[in-house]
Design a binder for this molecule. Structure first.
Ligand code: NAP
Ligand code: MG
Length: 486
């Protein structure tokens, strides 16, 4: 069949275009700040544009909060904590969370469409992964709200107060859920700042929260840039800071709250090793590698961005991998056939293409799928590098894009040493037929999460977090509650 969706997907695919409709998504022209249960104009009167990275067209205007807006949000959060939320029976807190979880399910289609429009990720991902996980997190923590004494036996659990939460753009609504649901379940109130390029779904969540009848001020959403985040971190009446983002900003935050009694969790960058042994089920492993690095355009802190293949199967794995990469559909994120959507921003696209140049200049050998790319929007071809040395920047630094650096190894000792020899330690993957090898490696790999014969699997019941420069503290599971309790 002649390619019918080339214009949309940029791929010579034998599929007709299957775009998801966006007509049901209700998006306002302009969004104010969500403070004290109301929409409040930013005191500076300033708004900034949020665009669709697949079309470069403006979607809406978003309010820019400054320090005095943040102060208002913290004050309303404090008032809600002191007068309502900390006094409410735990069972009642749980009911609100259950209600929000159900409302997210009811509006999941609209949320998925807006997530894809604003952030560039494929509709398949936002529909099948992000939004279902968002409601799953609210359901999970709703269930814990009145059972905290069972989660922490022999301990008198007590909430912290006002939590300041700052999140990145790669899983916008999911990161908001990771932060808000456990904080509320434990009896805290919240001031949350989404990333500047992906504020819309957090603002849609604010609408849901308003409709749910959650007491005013329990959740406040302030939008803006880095300075808005910094104002939250510095605010003297914030008791807890939860940050997910880059290691550089994480370090700044750690410095800025040093000497205060604020509690802190940091979820930072990663450079995960995905390790393929010669006894692995190779075809399954290929899918795991593809999922590990090309899922969500590689905008994943735990992306399997370093591939280690046992030497005797390296040629086979690499040739199968290249063949599979050729079949990936890159293009319109709203098309249900699309595997790889748009890069989140022009700036991130530049970071990725700069790293591809760095890889070539360092002497690694590049392979890219031969697909064509749409004329507009921010797109990049899935890319892999072979002949990569441990010292190359592409194998040490976080690229946060669909770029894979491949190295080979002979022995377990060698691969453990190479895998651990980066400043990060967020996640890793192991592919082998032998359970004993898996247990051996999970002991030795310095990573918060180790997946065995799978990759990028998330569940609200399992804790997530890093070692070393990937941060500290855990989110998810019972561990995620601990971060919001005295
Ligand atoms: P980022 O630049 O660190 O930004 C994260 C958030 O912090 C954004 O909301 C940002 O606002 C805000 N911010 C920027 N400067 C700040 C400051 N001085 N004080 C307080 N807040 C500030 O990270 P990103 O580029 O958005 O996200 C990508 C990074 O997140 C990657 O490194 C990735 O590995 C990491 N990540 C980690 C995890 C994990 O669980 N470990 C999960 C997802 C992502 P603006 O965006 O408006 O500037
Ligand atoms: Mg956007």
């Amino acid at each position: 069949m002649k390619n019918e969706n080339k214009a949309l997907s940029g791929w010579d695919a034998p599929y007709a275009a299957a775009p998801e409709s966006s007509s049901h998504a209700k998006i306002k022209k302009q969004y104010d700040l969500f403070i004290g249960g109301k929409w409040v104009k930013p005191s500076s009167g300033k708004y900034f544009d949020t665009i669709n990275p697949a079309t470069e067209l403006k979607i809406a205007e978003i309010a820019e909060a400054n320090a005095s807006d943040v102060d208002l949000a913290v004050k309303s959060s404090r008032k809600a904590y002191d007068t309502v939320w900390s006094k409410l029976p735990a069972k009642e807190r749980g009911k609100y969370l259950f209600r929000i979880a159900r409302m997210i399910q009811e509006r999941s289609r609209e949320l998925a469409v807006i997530e894809t429009m604003d952030g560039g990720k494929s509709i398949r991902e936002s529909r099948d992964i992000d939004i279902p996980l968002v409601s799953a997190h609210f359901f999970y923590y709703a269930g814990w709200a009145d059972k905290l004494e069972y989660a922490f036996p022999n301990r008198k659990v007590q909430s912290l107060g006002v939590a300041g939460q700052i999140i990145p753009w790669n899983f916008p609504l999911l990161m908001a859920a990771w932060k808000i649901a456990p904080a509320l379940a434990c009896g805290n109130t919240v001031v949350l700042k989404p990333a500047e390029t992906t504020s819309l779904t957090a603002l849609k969540l604010a609408e849901i929260i308003q409709d749910s009848g959650l007491p005013d001020g329990v959740v406040n959403i302030v939008t803006g840039f880095g300075a808005t985040g910094a104002a939250i971190v510095k605010h003297p009446d914030v008791n807890k800071v939860a940050f997910t983002g880059s290691t550089d900003v994480g370090k700044l935050i750690q410095k800025s709250i040093a000497g205060t009694d604020k509690k802190l969790t940091l979820e930072l960058g990663g450079k995960a090793a995905n390790i393929i042994f010669d006894d692995a089920p190779i075809d399954q492993a290929i899918e795991g590698i593809i999922n590990g690095i090309f899922f969500n355009q590689g905008h994943v802190c735990c992306a399997g961005s370093r591939l280690f293949v046992q030497e005797n199967v390296a040629d086979l794995v690499i040739s199968k991998l290249k063949r599979r990469m050729e079949t990936l559909i890159v293009g319109d994120p709203m098309d249900k056939n699309t595997d790889i959507g748009a890069i989140n921003s022009k700036q991130q696209l530049k970071t990725i293409t700069d790293y591809i140049e760095i890889g070539k200049n360092e002497g690694a050998e590049m392979f890219q799928s031969s697909c064509s790319l749409p004329g507009k929007g921010f797109f990049v071809r899935p890319t892999l590098f072979t002949n990569v040395a441990q010292s190359h920047r592409i194998s040490r630094e976080e690229i946060f894009g669909p770029v894979l650096a491949i190295q080979t190894f002979r022995t377990i000792e060698e691969v453990v040493e190479k895998a651990n020899n980066v400043p990060y330690g967020l996640s890793a993957g192991v592919w082998t037929d032998k359970g004993s090898k898996i247990f051996n490696l999970t002991q030795k790999l310095r990573a918060g999460v180790v997946w065995a014969n799978t990759y990028n699997k998330f569940d609200p019941t399992s804790p997530f977090g890093g070692y070393k420069e990937s941060g500290f503290g855990r989110e998810g599971g019972m561990h995620g509650l601990d971060a919001y309790l005295k």
